[in-house]
Every structure is written in C-alpha cells, then in structure tokens.
Design a binder for this molecule. Sequence first.
Ligand SMILES: N[C@@H](CC(=O)c1ccccc1NC=O)C(=O)O
Length: 326
Amino acid sequence: MTATPPTIAHQTTPQTTSLLSYTSPATPLQTLEIWLPRPLSASSLETTVWIVYIHGGAWRDPELTSSQLEPTLRRLFPAFPSFEDAGSSRAVKHIAGFASLNYRLSPYKNHPTHPSDDRDESRNVTHPAHVGDIAKALEWLEREYNVTGNSGQTGGARGYEWVGVGHSCGATMLLQLVTSMGQANILSVCRPVALILLAGIYDLPVFLQNHSAPKVSTETQRVYTEIIEGAFGTDKRRWLSASPVAGDYSPETWSKGRMVVLAHSKEDELVEEEQVNRLVEVLERQGWGVGRQLLERELKGGHDFVWEDGEQVAALIEQVTLMLFE
Ligand SMILES: N[C@@H](CC(=O)c1ccccc1NC=O)C(=O)O
C-alpha cells in the first residue's frame, strides 16, 4: 500500500474541526472530532503517533460525547483551542493528532432530559454495533489521515501508529476491538501500539454480580441490569463472551501491542476495582508483563472527575507517548 495524501483539507495550523462524519450517508452519532497540533505534514511517521479517544457513558448516555476529551486537551495545550504552545511539552512533540470518536448508542428511554425514541436509529443499537462503529471510524482515519500503523515491513509506505485512550465503556470497546469481538470489519482495522484504559468494564458478569442486592440497593441493581441488557441483550450467556476478559491478547492476535495501562480510582463510585484485577489476571496469564508492558495506575477522584478534570488523563498520555519513543 502506498501512502495516499489525506483527502480532506487539514494542512493549515493551528486547527480544530467540528464534527466530521465517518460514514456515508452521515448519521448524527457516527462522527468524530480531530485536533492537529501542527500541520500533519510536519509530523513524521517515525516519531509521532495519533491519540484516539473513546468516551464512556454506559453505551447509552447521550450527554457524554467526543467533547469529553477537551479538558484533557486543555491540560496538554495551555492555549487550547489554539495550539500555539504545542512545542512546550516533550511528549506532545510525539503526537501527530487527536481523534475523539462518537458511536451509536443503546436505548435510554428513561433519560431525564434526552430520552431515546424507538425510531431513532442512532440510539437503538446493541453490541457489536458500538465497537463496529469504532472500527468504521478507524477505517476512516486510515483513509483520511493515514492512521494505518502499517509498519512497512516491505520497505513501502508507513502510516501513523495510534494509542487508544478509553474511559469506562470506551475502555471496554478498545479491548473488544483489539480482540476482534464483534463484527468482521474489525479484523481489517489496524491495531493500536498502546492502550490507556480508564475505569473500564472488563468482565460483564462480575460487574453485574458486584452491583446486585444486597451489595447495592434493588434500584441500583435495576439500573446496572438495564445498562447491560440494553447494550448486550437479555441473553446472559452472551455477556461473558462479549467481555474483554474472554479475549485473546497473545502476540499472534495483537502483534503491535506494546503497552497496556490500567488506571482506576478507589473513589470511583460506578465501576469497581475488581474489574482491573480480573483483566490483570487474564493479561498476565497470556504473557503480559514480561516484554509487553502492563502498568497499573491509581487515579484520584470519582468516575467522571477523571475526564472532567483531565489532568490525570493528560499525564498518562504524556507518559505513554514518551515511553514509546524514549
Ligand atoms: N451516565 C450513565 C451512567 C454511566 O455512565 C455508568 C454507570 C455505571 C457504570 C458505568 C457507567 N459508565 C460507563 O461507561 C447513565 O446515565 O447511564
């Protein structure tokens, strides 16, 4: 494959974009946002990566969107939305671009202000449609911005490598993507070199067990059940096979994977720490931790504070980017 120049205008700097569609025809949630700290042509394929962010919201919350990355961008770029100071951090020099993805959601009929309508095709999907949209967005990023991670073994063209950052169910989806859980188009999508997983859900049955009465109120249990049934259907037998803990993270299936960071806060009131422990067991059993780096990081603050504040997310992005290059 040869490096095709990006086909949409993005060579001016500094640049932010509004929502871009990654499907044709366009739909309201199959969209993404792009930020380039400098013209793409000034970011070399050898020394920079893309950061691809996936927001959370329990697969259904319409109020959580791609804009969730902005507080983090404000921490990384003091003059954001301008990128004037883009050269100030050593890590940022190694970032070619940021993409923050939206994806179709599952129903949320009892949302207090934005209930979903049965006829709204953007808000009535189930797994694997969410992660399928993530795969479509990555195919688009490959076409438009050369985010292919094609490491040019044949000496040919290269594309940018990417680092995935996901919060809550966004972290879940990144792992479903690298392990090809879901649909066929995922297989052709280039894999990330590293993942930063924030407050993710990795074992759906354990997630539900930990949020069932008498550990929690029956009302809380009802909400968690509604979230999982809404996103994965009512057939319980499918919940484990759709869980990241059921995935294959061997070098054969994810040859690019060099680093996984699992971050969680003890103050998280929505996703429990056991999710991290379950995934660590699985990754270690599959050889992670020797050679392929497995890092656990303790965060501060509640579930949503982590992205609302952005400082800890920015610090993790800086650390991982530097580790990849230095
Ligand atoms: N704001 C969401 C709740 C939510 O995001 C959530 C709740 C419990 C456990 C994890 C959650 N988010 C994961 O993406 C909602 O209203 O459904």
